[in-house]
Ligand binder design. Structure first.
Ligand code: PLP
Length: 290
């Protein structure tokens, strides 16, 4: 669903702003997670894997969505959770367990090495064979899924914006971007500059996996790294008051981890004349509301 916004800021700076509400796709597998998981579940089934294993923090939207998708698809899910178990479970993990996800806690030191062959081997010894989805769900198949987002939008636009965690969603937008358009990403982690590398790697994997010839994509996107508010899941009063203003005015719910920071950053850039007058912007509402 595409929603056109109107308010004093947009009027004053002559900006057309549309919000693409993929947060409304599904009540539990919401927003970008739906696109990121779609081809991963198909691939797990194709490989006849009965189990899907993935990684995340205790508040991870990815863990939440994977658990819900696993229940719907009839695939057993294992969530490897960073850190120790805390009881009672928080609502994210309780929901995952209610969906049938098996939680496996991993100390932070080992968790940092989760991509190493040794750690994966230990997990296989514990759980048997499984289909592996990386932390945050970002791999070539997630990029393929997210590459389907923009072709759904009929409205013409100059710039599309998204919140970034691992950058998988942004990579997908870049992979299927009409000429002359640009993607602006708002990382919610501090020092998001490392994301350029991760995104290029995700794009390279995607192009290689699907034998698509590599386009020069580096020009097609920019990361705005000034709006993390201190880091992942950190918040400040000005962020919360912006979110309240925005939600009251536009009836669009935001959360402070991803979409709140993106819209805050977007409005701040508008007020700093970052976009030329009469620009049309498409803001992706990646979800995260529950
Ligand atoms: C997971 C998530 C993101 C980050 O997506 P990446 O593909 O990891 O960059 C952004 N917004 C919301 C609401 C999310 O849940």
């Amino acid at each position: 669903m595409l929603q056109k916004l109107q308010d004093d800021v947009l009027d004053q700076y002559k900006i057309s702003l549309y919000v693409y509400r993929i947060d409304l796709i599904h009540p539990q597998v919401s927003g970008n997670k739906w696109y990121k998981l779609k081809y991963n579940f198909l691939e797990a089934k194709k490989q006849r894997q009965r189990k899907l294993l993935t990684f995340g923090g205790a508040y991870s939207n990815h863990i939440y969505a994977t658990a819900a998708a696993g229940k719907m698809q009839g695939i057993e899910t294992i969530g490897v959770i960073r850190g120790e178990e805390h009881l009672p479970l928080n609502p994210t993990l309780q929901f995952a367990v209610d969906c049938g996800m098996h939680l496996h806690y991993m100390d932070r030191t080992t968790y940092r090495e989760k991509k190493s062959p040794e750690v994966l081997k230990t997990l296989e010894q514990t759980f048997g064979s499984f289909y592996l989805v990386p932390e945050g769900g970002s791999n070539a198949l997630a990029v393929k899924g997210c590459a389907e987002i923009l072709p759904e939008v009929e409205q013409k636009f100059d710039v599309v914006t998204t919140a970034c965690g691992t950058g998988g969603t942004l990579a997908g937008l870049v992979a299927h971007l009409p000429d002359s358009q640009q993607v602006l990403g708002f990382p919610t982690l501090k020092g998001g500059g490392f994301l350029y590398n991760d995104i290029e790697q995700l794009l390279n994997n995607y192009y290689a996996t699907y034998s698509i010839s590599r386009e020069n994509t580096q020009e097609r996107y920019r990361l705005v790294t000034d709006y993390h508010f201190g880091g992942y899941a950190k918040k400040k009063p000005e962020l919360l008051s912006f979110m309240e203003w925005f939600t009251n005015l536009h009836q669009i719910p935001l959360e402070w981890i991803y979409t709140g920071k993106m819209f805050y950053g977007l409005y701040d850039l508008i007020k700093k004349n970052y976009f030329s007058p009469h620009s049309t912007i498409l803001a992706l509402h990646t979800g995260g509301i529950r």
